[in-house]
Design a protein around this ligand. Sequence first.
Ligand SMILES: [Zn+2]
Length: 65
Amino acid sequence: MGKTTLCPKCGSKKIKILVPQTGIWTCLKCGYQGGVLIEDNNMEKQIKDAKKMDKLSKKLMRGRL
Ligand SMILES: [Zn+2]
């Protein structure tokens, strides 16, 4: 569908999927890693949501490791 995804931390488009099974991405610019990325529209709202989700997913990941 050609959607653009951005790093929720720095807004960079230089992102790469790290673990396809879990949908974890890494940002090549700032090093952000997480399961949440934002699409290239409605960015401010999505950044807010992404930060919430990021906290959640970090909790979950910590529980598993
Ligand atoms: Zn970034």
